[in-house]
Design a protein around this ligand. Structure first.
Ligand SMILES: [Zn+2]
Length: 358
């Protein structure tokens, strides 16, 4: 290396800022963590841990209930529900999944998934999780990507409405994951560490037969058409409606589609770097935003969420890694008022997942 140069991977700046610090280890009101993973997905940190261990972790962080999005289908789903039953009634709410790998050999995949969903609810599932494979990876029997608003899935969305369960849906990914991986990409380090998260090249929006994946904008447009086409179905757009970088867009979607709600899972980095816009967003849509942490229950992560939502602390880390994992910036608290906190922490999730008092 040339004198005076420093590798980005070795840069560990230490802040000189002296500002008030308010650590918040337990929330001001009980919390429902409406977006998390207790199964084998995402590293599977909780796949082999016990209900007693989970209860202790949740209790330490003031989490009254947790929504486990890793239910899957069939016997796996039943096993996941059984595994957490010892945690107590309504402590772990298990949500069913889809089987998009099977769509490639099933021309009636929409009907099949609808029937599976009815079976899942009979087994005790309380919602449906749809992952970003829809629109980006899942293929039909002709080998074509299944679009987010593909009408062949209409039976599934109608079944969710008939069963009265919400659909937690994650479409696309951070905007930077759809941009070239060059020196201007704000998530360069993250994408370099996870090359499979990079959706590139994207195809032109007017040519669905071109090679490459749909653009971020095309995926979000299809998401809006989906939500608009199924007003009886309750959708929870994961990760701040799948567009945390653009709260004006999410606000418009919420204004135009009363069946849409959002969770904040894994997006403190985005919300907290636009604290004024984020605070206005929370105040305006207090009845439509659900708390969620993602990536396994973790007291340190919960504490950062509580600090962001409850205090006006400035310039703090949104994660626990030495290098901020989603980009090299810090976040600022938005000091939400009590009535908004109560709704975001618990009331909205209780209503949408039909838990306890409504
Ligand atoms: Zn998740």
């Amino acid at each position: 290396m040339t004198d005076g140069e420093l590798r980005l991977s070795e840069f560990r700046p230490r802040t000189s800022l002296r500002v008030p610090v308010h650590l918040v280890e337990t929330p001001k009101y009980p919390v429902v963590d409406a977006h998390n993973h207790l199964g084998a997905a995402f590293g599977g940190e909780w796949a082999d841990r016990s209900a007693a261990e989970l209860v202790a972790t949740l209790d330490a962080s003031g989490v009254e209930a947790i929504i486990d999005l890793d239910g899957g289908q069939g016997e796996n789903l039943s096993a996941e529900i059984d595994r957490w039953a010892a945690a107590g009634p309504d402590r772990v709410i298990v949500v069913a999944g889809l089987d998009p790998d099977a769509w490639a050999s099933d021309p009636a995949f929409g009907e099949t998934e609808a029937a599976q969903l009815r079976d899942s609810v009979a087994r005790g599932a309380r919602g449906l999780k749809v992952w970003k494979t829809l629109g980006l990876r899942a293929r039909d029997p002709d080998g074509r990507l299944v679009a987010v608003d593909d009408p062949r899935l209409d039976p599934l969305w109608r079944a969710a409405a008939d069963l009265g369960i919400p659909v937690v849906i994650h479409i696309a990914d951070p905007v930077a994951f759809f941009d070239p991986l060059d020196a201007t990409n704000e998530r360069w380090e993250e994408l370099r560490g996870h090359p499979d998260w990079h959706f590139w090249p994207t195809r032109p929006d007017d040519d669905p037969d071109a090679p490459g994946v749909p653009s971020f904008d095309a995926l979000l447009a299809a998401f809006e058409r989906l939500v608009g086409a199924h007003p009886r179905t309750t959708f929870i757009g994961a990760h701040v409606g799948c567009a945390a970088e653009d709260l004006a867009l999410v606000s418009r979607l919420l204004d135009e589609h009363p069946n849409l709600n959002v969770d904040i899972a894994a997006r403190l980095g985005e919300l907290g770097r636009q604290p004024y816009t984020a605070r206005t967003f929370f105040l305006r849509y207090a009845d439509r935003i659900l708390f969620g942490a993602d990536m396994g229950p973790d007291p340190a992560i919960y504490a950062i969420h509580y600090r962001f939502l409850e205090t006006f602390d400035e310039s703090f880390d949104y994660g626990t890694d030495p290098v901020p994992e989603q980009g090299r910036w810090q976040i600022h608290g938005i000091g939400l008022p009590d009535d908004v906190l109560r709704k975001v922490y618990r009331d909205n999730a209780q209503r949408l997942f039909a838990m306890g008092p409504v």
